[in-house]
Design a binder for this molecule. Structure first.
Ligand code: KG4
Ligand code: ZN
Length: 342
């Protein structure tokens, strides 16, 4: 089954062609970072308007590049939520309309299910069951995954998501949006041990997270270290970035270890934008080894938003016979645990 996937939930237009037998055939991504950078974050209306301009030409170009005609496509998958409503509606109306025109089924994919299944695009895909750490700009969740659609929420952030904490702390340090990759880059020059940030909620039982305190902690350190003109020297900036990244990574690692022990699972999948972080991958690799577990993740470009993960997740659901009615429907808020099993 050959599926066209469309991702337009936030500030990336992602298009992909995924075949259930042959795997990923082609994918393309357009990032809107330049469009939003002067505002320090995503402006929803600008995001929707840009998706309108980009999505259809990108689909045409990708099909041409892959040598695929409309007749060969067996289904269409688009992100139906969670995300920005206007941005979601662009992908949903286009995806639904193409499917109707082509006479094939369409399915609305849950963005976080897309992230969760992205490691299956790789050569050594994880088998079910596993524990998944979903770490993106909008979500930080630990999920026990028995199979597609069999999701039990183990814990989640009670305030900011991990990616959001990276973005907000980056802003305080004067770094551009999105802050995660910027902090990771700067942290490489940081001196370990100059600052120690707290590891929020690790001394409490349970698997929930809280990251908003880290941003406040960063704000206080920045204030204390700034000169009279409110400026930080570059080395101090790097030292703060290092300490912040370490705090997020070790907090996530402590909770992942706890989740593996609690569920007795031997596989850990990490997904979402923050799972592209190298320090997180290294730390979790070490933790997993010590706990006789195996770690799985996608290559960095499939950790952040992309069309390939939506095409894959949609293909699995369409292949199992699930599809939508002709109505165009999106869900800006959509708990992962509401999904139907396959
Ligand atoms: O999954 P994603 O592309 O979009 C959402 O669904 O939210 O995640 C974006 C988030 C941003 O907060 C970004 O700063 C963060 O992922 N991110 C990173 C890295 N790359 C992206 N955070 C830390 N280290 C990275 N290398
Ligand atoms: Zn995402």
């Amino acid at each position: 089954m050959l599926v066209l996937g469309i991702e337009t939930s936030c500030d990336e237009t992602g298009i992909a062609l995924y075949d259930t037998k042959r795997g990923l055939l082609a994918d393309a991504l357009h990032s809107q970072i330049e469009l939003h950078v002067e505002y320090g974050g995503v402006v929803p209306e600008l995001a929707s308007r840009d998706h309108i301009v980009k999505t259809l030409p990108m689909i045409e170009a990708l099909m041409q590049q892959a040598g695929i005609t409309a007749k060969q496509i067996d289904g269409v998958a688009y992100t139906a939520g969670p995300g920005l409503i206007g941005a979601l509606l662009v992908g949903a109306s286009l995806g639904r309309s193409l499917a109707m025109g082509w006479g094939v089924p369409a399915v609305g994919v849950h963005h976080m299910e897309g992230h969760l299944l992205a490691p299956m695009l790789e050569d050594n895909p994880p088998e079910f069951p596993f524990v998944a750490l979903l770490v993106s700009g909008g979500h930080t969740q630990l999920v026990d995954v028995q199979a597609i659609g069999h999701y039990a929420l183990l814990g989640e952030s009670v305030d900011d998501a991990a990616g959001e904490a990276f973005d907000k702390t980056a802003k305080l340090l004067g770094l551009p949006y999105p802050g995660g990759p910027q902090i990771a880059q700067l942290a490489k020059q940081g001196n370990p041990g100059r600052f120690t940030f707290p590891r929020p909620m690790v001394n409490r039982p349970g698997l929930d997270f809280s990251f908003s305190g880290l941003k406040t902690f960063a704000k206080n350190v920045i204030r204390a270290e700034s000169n009279a003109a409110g400026e930080l020297d570059p080395q101090t900036c790097a030292d703060i970035a290092h300490a912040f990244e370490q705090a997020v990574v070790s907090t996530l690692s402590i909770k992942c270890k706890r989740a593996l022990q609690q569920t007795n699972r031997s596989r850990l999948v990490i997904a979402g934008g923050v799972s592209a972080n190298t320090i997180l991958r290294v730390e979790l690799e070490t933790m997993a080894k010590k706990n006789n577990a195996q770690l799985f993740y996608a290559r960095p470009e499939y950790c952040t938003d992309n069309g390939a993960m939506i095409a894959l997740a949609g293909a699995r659901r369409l292949d199992a016979g699930q599809c939508e009615s002709l109505a165009i429907d999106v869900h800006p808020r959509w708990p992962l645990t509401d999904l139907a099993p396959l």
